[in-house]
Design a protein around this ligand. Structure first.
Ligand SMILES: NC(=O)c1ccc[n+]([C@@H]2O[C@H](COP(=O)([O-])OP(=O)(O)OC[C@H]3O[C@@H](n4cnc5c(N)ncnc54)[C@H](OP(=O)(O)O)[C@@H]3O)[C@@H](O)[C@H]2O)c1
Length: 277
């Protein structure tokens, strides 16, 4: 496994497991939990979930997957913006903990910016941290201006990550947000790293994959993970996808591969508003 260091020095796996749309159908839950367990067996020991996913259903699936092996997992969950007042974040986290069947979340994120003042959310996160219910906190879908505002608040520089959309077709953050985070040693978590599967049929990706005897998903993930300080969290709801995605860590893209991918998926040449899904 490769690791990324959080600002305090704790190391977390660079490749994890997403859970969006898990827990939505009762008959799929067993298979979803089994796929997550398979991912853990392979060393993908960071699980990303949210109270939003399946309206709590995904957290229940994660709880089932972690049964008996909680200590292996670096667990990430997220609070809805409308729940992110000081008292609301505490209550939402306690509901998440019950669904996850655990006493702590390793990293608790504000899912996106809403109407609640950030200072109130930070107060809620600080209460949760002091009570040992969360170990770290962070944000998601924050652009540079949001991050600037955050670090200007008391305690705001304590964020452990910004989780954002990042893949070959969504490179806008390379222009400003990624350098901003890198200067501050703040890891970025890349969500939808294979663009929810839409990337996989792109010819240039297939061509680079064929050169390496790899798959397009592995190239897309190896590309996202080519740089330090980036964590990728693809969703894999089948053991086969988990195994295939784990293989991305063994793939080293050469300069000419990266150049070919740059031609097909050009890097940004100007600032763009942060894209979200
Ligand atoms: N913070 C946010 O606002 C935010 C937004 C979006 C996502 N996220 C997080 O990021 C995670 C990943 O993003 P995502 O789920 O949107 O998209 P993604 O990981 O880019 O793509 C997931 C899709 O690709 C398929 N897939 C996975 N591995 C594959 C492989 N090796 N070959 C072929 N297909 C493969 C999956 O199928 P199966 O599931 O059937 O394996 C699923 O349909 C989410 O699950 C969630 O935890 C966060």
């Amino acid at each position: 496994m490769r690791y990324v260091s959080l600002t305090g020095g704790e190391r977390v796996p660079a490749l994890g497991l997403g859970t969006w749309h898990m827990g939505e159908r009762a008959q799929a839950r067993g298979a979803e939990a089994a796929a997550l367990r398979r991912g853990l067996d392979l060393g993908l020991e960071l699980i990303d979930t949210a109270e939003m996913y399946g309206e709590g259903g995904a957290e229940e699936v994660v709880g089932e997957a972690m049964a008996g092996r909680r200590d292996e997992v670096f667990l990430v969950s997220k609070v809805y913006p409308h729940n992110a007042s000081a008292a609301g974040a505490v209550a939402a986290c306690e509901r998440s903990l019950a669904r996850l069947a655990t006493d702590r979340i390793d990293l608790y994120l504000l899912h996106w910016r809403g109407g609640v003042p950030l200072a109130e959310t930070l107060e809620g996160f600080e209460r949760l941290r002091a009570a040992g219910k969360i170990r770290h906190w962070g944000v998601s879908n924050f652009d540079v201006s949001d991050m600037e505002e955050l670090v200007g608040l008391a305690g705001g520089s304590g964020a452990a990550t910004d989780q954002v959309l990042y893949n070959l077709t969504r490179r806008g953050i390379e222009y400003d947000l990624l350098p901003w985070c890198r200067e501050r040693n703040l890891p970025v978590m890349a969500y939808s790293p294979i663009e929810q599967g839409r990337l996989l049929s792109r010819p240039e990706l297939k061509r680079v994959a064929a050169l390496h005897g790899a798959t397009p998903a592995q190239v897309a993930l190896a590309w996202a993970l080519r740089q330090d300080g980036v964590i990728a969290i693809p969703r894999a709801a089948t053991p086969a996808h988990a195994r295939e995605n784990r293989g991305a860590l063994d793939l080293r893209l050469a300069e000419q591969d990266l150049a070919a991918l740059d031609r097909a998926f050009p890097p940004p040449t100007a600032a763009r508003p942060l894209e979200v899904l």
